[in-house]
Design a protein around this ligand. Structure first.
Ligand code: GDP
Ligand code: MG
Length: 180
């Protein structure tokens, strides 16, 4: 996970982060917004890309986040254990306009915990906060669940970019804190 030290260049870190949550909550768009600053209004479930890598600097060190997207298999409730293997961070995403996706968060957390054998930095993400007019999950309910489960919490919009970088960078920072 953390490797090392060519002279002068300092340490390098590579962290695996998974994005989970019900279908169509905006997982793929959160990743494309973060990694490529792109949004797709008609995103296809499967693009075939397993993960994208994005770097940031912490304490003068290069920290690479390898962020995994589900490629749509969550529709079949069968995200494989390989997906979770080695993950040290997770974004659990729901859609603030669909309460059922919020009600699924517990199941996703259980699956994550079942498959992880190490400390995982976890962020609960209420996505699509640009759709305030059709909100179905209150900010308070999101915060409350996050507190009860010991998760960070943020509402985001992959559409207008609200909090997207913040959410990923907070998770990456927390992973760094966990390992350093
Ligand atoms: P995934 O199945 O969880 O990967 O969800 P997608 O990223 O494919 O998004 C599902 C649908 O929601 C697409 O039509 C997106 O354009 C839309 N979407 C994703 N994020 C947002 C957002 O923040 N705001 C709005 N208004 N729509 C979004
Ligand atoms: Mg997707």
């Amino acid at each position: 996970m953390s490797s090392s030290d060519e002279e002068g260049s300092g340490e390098e870190y590579l962290f695996k982060i998974v994005i989970i949550g019900d279908s169509a909550v905006g997982k793929s768009n959160l990743l494309s917004r973060y990694a490529r600053n792109e949004f797709n209004a008609h995103s296809k479930a499967t693009i075939g890309v397993e993960f994208q890598t994005q770097s940031m600097e912490i304490d003068g060190k290069e920290v690479k986040a390898q962020i995994w997207d589900t490629a749509g298999q969550e529709r079949f409730r069968a995200v494989t254990s390989a997906y979770y293997r080695g993950a040290v961070g997770a974004l659990i995403v729901y859609d603030i306009t669909r309460k059922t996706t919020f009600e699924s968060v517990g199941r996703w957390l259980d699956e994550l915990k079942t498959h992880s054998d190490t400390t995982v930095a976890m962020m609960l993400v209420g996505n699509k906060c640009d759709l305030e007019n059709i909100r179905d999950v209150s900010v308070e309910d999101g915060k409350g669940l996050a507190e009860a489960e010991g998760l960070f919490f943020m509402e985001t919009s992959a559409l207008d970019s609200t909090n997207v970088i913040k959410a990923f960078e907070l998770v990456i920072q927390e992973i760094y804190n966990n390992v350093s």
